[in-house]
Design a protein around this ligand. Structure first.
Ligand code: 5AD
Ligand code: SF4
Length: 339
């Protein structure tokens, strides 16, 4: 279904939440039925070259950092696969060091050798040939968040980085045959509803396979440490709008939402989201991966235990399938569908 800019804006402002959430959930069920895709995420390194205004891992935030090696990550991935979770997400700071590239060169084929496991990478900008090689080594998906598609605002958020380059990276990944995920951070200072409305329309026009929207969470060690965090409503509405715009995409109930309000992922899954991630980063390192405040809290890792997550899904009348790789049912064209 298409919306005009004015319709998206009105829905973002809460004009008709009941209709929006009901329609989003209906569209999701038509495509994905009662299945929720569960992914295991391993945060491989907290080193980052960038200085994004919102992020606790920004390079100028002096803090302790870690790198996991390929053997450790492969061993964790094997455990995750043994639990029946066949979708592994590797995420790390944007780190163009030869060490990080060599790590990914080694770990992608090692995880693919485990068996029927899909691998998603979330490591930011790299040259075309590196993306190509990782695809050939078996990587299936790539998450590259635009954060916003308003060029000047984007560049103010990511000092030294060009909007056009980020967009070119995203398009390259699509051309290389990855299933590509992207999205934004709602509620950042200066990110207005009209900007988000236009971003939703622009990203859906690109035809990505997955849409991810985090609420902004104010975080110590960043220029926005004292800014207010986002409210969950804007995230619920924007995710539901995206589901109606493009029903076949994957949309996760993000961990950042759970940090904002514990237990809220249940509402996300009832309003059009169809993916849940569970962290398998070693517990003692999580405090060193605080992209946003509260993420690394070891108490319940802000996620609850895996059994709690599965219970929450069952309570909603939804289910997780063992061994389900969780591919998006969004295809860009018939070639891709037939592949
Ligand atoms: N609040 C919410 N999301 C954030 N991210 C980074 N910092 C924050 C924050 N303060 C998100 C970005 C990034 C992803 C790994 O985490 O979208 O791409
Ligand atoms: Fe680095 Fe990503 Fe944080 Fe930006 S959002 S500082 S690229 S880890």
């Amino acid at each position: 279904m298409t919306f005009t800019f004015d319709e998206v804006l009105a829905l973002l402002k809460g004009l008709d939440d009941a209709w929006l959430y009901e329609t989003a959930q209906k569209r999701k069920r038509e495509v994905y039925g009662d299945v929720v895709f569960l992914r295991g995420i391993i945060e491989t390194s907290s080193y980052c070259d960038n200085d994004c205004k919102y992020c606790g891992l920004r390079a100028s935030n002096l803090r302790s950092r870690y790198r996991l090696d390929a053997d450790t990550v492969t061993a964790i991935a094997r455990n995750v696969a043994d639990m029946g979770i066949s979708s592994i997400v590797l995420q790390g700071g944007e780190d163009a060091s030869p060490q990080n590239i060599a790590f990914l060169d080694a770990v992608i084929p090692a995880i693919k050798a485990i068996g029927e496991v899909d691998v998603t990478l979330s490591h930011g900008n790299f040259p075309d040939e590196v993306y190509k090689r990782w695809k050939e080594l078996g990587a299936d998906r790539y998450l590259i968040k635009m954060e916003t598609m308003r060029p000047a605002y984007h560049e103010s958020l990511r000092p030294g980085r060009k909007y056009a380059d980020r967009l070119a990276r995203l398009k390259k990944l699509l051309d290389l045959g990855y299933q590509v995920g992207s999205g934004f951070i709602a509620g950042m200072p200066g990110y207005t509803d009209p900007m988000l409305a236009q971003d939703l329309l622009d990203l859906s026009a690109l035809g990505v396979h997955m849409f991810s929207l985090s609420p902004f969470i104010s975080t110590p060690g960043t220029p926005w440490a004292d800014a207010p965090s986002a409210t969950p409503e804007i995230v619920h509405r924007a995710c539901a709008i995206y589901r109606v715009l493009d029903p076949r995409v994957n949309i996760p109930a993000t961990s950042a939402m759970n940090v904002l309000r514990s237990g809220i992922r249940k509402d996300c899954l009832a309003r059009g989201c169809n993916v849940v991630m569970h962290s398998f980063t070693p517990r003692d390192l999580r405090k060193d991966y605080e992209i946003y405040k509260g993420k690394g809290v070891v108490k319940d890792e802000a996620w609850g235990s895996l059994s709690e997550t599965l219970e929450m899904i069952e309570d909603l009348g939804l289910r997780v399938e063992r061994g389900e790789p969780g591919r998006s049912k969004k295809w860009r064209n018939d070639d891709e569908r037939d592949a």
